[in-house]
Each structure stands twice: as structure tokens, then as C-alpha cells.
Design a protein around this ligand. Structure first.
Ligand code: NAP
Length: 256
């Protein structure tokens, strides 16, 4: 099938239909570049065979042989918002069928990561523990500003809902990517804030603040859709979100 712009629509299978997966399914379904062909969860739910309000199959991996499922329900890409162990189930199909893979799983161990990197020998693979476009752009912009102004003071402020006990992993990732100490992170816990990250650059005569606010989980879907669109122009390989964003920035600079 073709999109309105004459490009071939990418057929997508989504792994995971939990809090994130449900939001991602909505975004992919509404995006004319993609055809969401099916959604997989761990366990079939007899009363919910389709994504609500659609005829898109919602199947349980406990009730199918996955390679047979792919034979009858072919896709060009998998998007994974399930759990770390799922990659062992679909990985060899990604390799054999040269499927694009966007994995958003945040908690892979080193063995899993090594395995996923190996899939990049035969397929286009993106793996990102933080898949929101906004946070990845904030990190890119902050790294650039740090290079331009290495003398500026930098502090990171993160704000989240009252119940979140630990320091935000995203804030730690920002600190790491700027090579600054984790002690420079200030955490505030207030009411129901979904997620606020702020990088403050203190110059002698001016202050620059880079701010990202999370609003809804659909932002994960926007990131996955961006990653798929960038991957379609890539060679086989293992990519981070940063790689894809940089590629986009380079393309824009060349066009400008
Ligand atoms: N990179 C990012 O920015 C980002 C953002 C958000 C979430 N995530 C990641 O996305 C994942 C899901 O998060 P969530 O909050 O949506 O979790 P969740 O609500 O617990 O949902 C997990 C979903 O995955 C399914 N599942 C579990 N194991 C599976 C397997 N082996 N194969 C296929 N499906 C399986 C579950 O099936 P059932 O419905 O049958 O239980 C459920 O639908 C987590 O790994 C999280 O780290 C990443």
C-alpha cells in the first residue's frame, strides 16, 4: 500500500499492549506512514481479540507459533514495548526476515544487548532506553551548548509526581552525556507532575534553560514513529536514537 506521498507504507507489528504499548498503538494507527497490522501481548485475552474499536488482531504469544504467525501476518518492522525477554522470541525472525526493529525496552542486561547488537548484522535495529523525541533533542542541544561554552555552570533539575522515590533515570542519562557529576541533579517531588527535565546553563551575563515536559505516553509512539522513518533510510546496523537524530540534523544542514 502507498502513502499519500507515494511512499510504500511500512507494515508494523507491535509487541506489548500495556501502559506504553496502548498509547503507542494509537499513534502508529493514526500515522499515515504506517499500517499497524497486529499487536502482540504475552497472554491471549479471549474477550479482546482485536485492538478496541478496530479489526487489528491483538494476539497472545502463548497461543501462536511466532514464525507461523509472521507467515500469515507479514510485517516490515517490529516495535517492542513489552519486556526484555521478548527479544529472544522474535530475534531470529528479525534476522532471517530482515525486519526493521525499534526496541524501546529500558532494562536489557548486557547479554541481551549483545544479542540485539548482533541482529544489526542482518537487519536495521534501533534500541533506545529513552525514546521520546523531545528528551533526545534536549540532550543533543545540551551537548552542543556544552561544546560551545565549556566554561558555563550546568545544573539539572528534574520534577516528578510525589510517589516517585528514585532519581530520574533520564536525569542521570543527561548528566552522563554531559560528563557532569550526578550530584548536580536536583529532584523535586510534587503532586502529579508526569516528568519535567531542565538543564540550566549559567553564563556570567546570561542564563540558558533547556526544558522538556512530558504530557502523555503517546510521546513514546511519536519517538518510535520517528525512529522507523529514519531507519528506512539506513543500512543494516545497530543504531541509537542519537545516531538517528544526528543523521536527521546532518541532512537538514546539508539541505540548508
Ligand atoms: N524507551 C522508552 O522511552 C520507554 C518508555 C516507556 C516504556 N518503555 C518500556 O516498554 C516496556 C513496557 O512498559 P509498560 O509500562 O507498558 O509495561 P506494562 O504495562 O507492564 O506492559 C507490558 C506489556 O508487554 C507484554 N509482554 C510482557 N512480556 C512479553 C513477552 N515476552 N512478549 C510479548 N509481550 C510481552 C504484556 O503482556 P500482557 O498484556 O499479556 O501482560 C503487556 O502487554 C518496558 O520494558 C519499559 O521499559 C520504554
Amino acid at each position: 500500500m502507498l502513502t499519500e506521498k507515494g511512499n510504500v507504507m511500512i507494515r508494523v507489528g507491535l509487541m506489548g499492549y500495556g501502559k506504553a504499548g496502548q498509547a503507542v498503538a494509537e499513534v502508529l494507527r493514526a500515522d499515515p506512514r504506517y499500517e499497524l497490522c497486529w499487536v502482540a501481548r504475552r497472554t491471549a485475552n479471549a474477550s479482546q481479540a482485536c485492538v478496541p474499536g478496530t479489526d487489528i488482531p491483538l494476539m497472545g504469544l502463548d497461543s501462536v507459533v511466532f514464525s507461523d504467525w509472521l507467515d500469515t501476518h507479514p510485517v516490515d518492522a517490529l516495535v517492542d514495548f513489552s519486556q526484555p525477554d521478548a527479544v529472544r522470541l522474535y530475534g531470529e525472525e528479525v534476522r532471517k526476515r530482515h525486519l526493521m526493529l525499534v526496541s524501546a525496552i529500558s532494562a536489557y542486561n548486557e547479554d541481551d544487548l549483545e544479542y540485539i547488537r548482533s541482529l544489526g548484522n542482518d537487519a536495521r535495529v534501533l534500541c533506545s532506553p529513552n525514546i521520546t523525541l523531545g528528551i533526545n533533542f534536549l540532550i543533543l542541544a545540551a551537548k552542543l551548548l556544552r561544546t560551545i561554552a565549556p566554561f558555563a555552570d550546568i545544573e539539572i533539575l528534574e520534577q516528578h509526581f510525589r510517589e516517585k522515590t528514585e532519581i530520574s533515570g533520564t536525569a542521570r542519562k543527561i548528566a552522563e552525556s554531559l560528563s557532569i557529576d550526578g550530584e548536580r541533579i536536583t529532584s523535586l517531588r510534587l503532586g502529579g507532575i508526569v516528568g519535567h527535565h531542565e538543564v540550566i546553563f549559567g553564563f556570567p551575563f546570561q542564563t540558558v534553560r533547556l526544558i522538556h515536559d512530558s504530557i502523555r505516553r503517546e510521546a513514546f509512539g511519536t519517538g518510535a514513529a520517528f525512529a522507523l522513518d529514519q531507519l528506512r533510510h539506513c543500512d543494516n546496523g545497530f543504531y541509537t536514537f542519537d545516531d538517528l537524530l544526528m543523521q536527521k540534523v546532518r541532512d537538514q544542514l546539508i539541505e540548508a
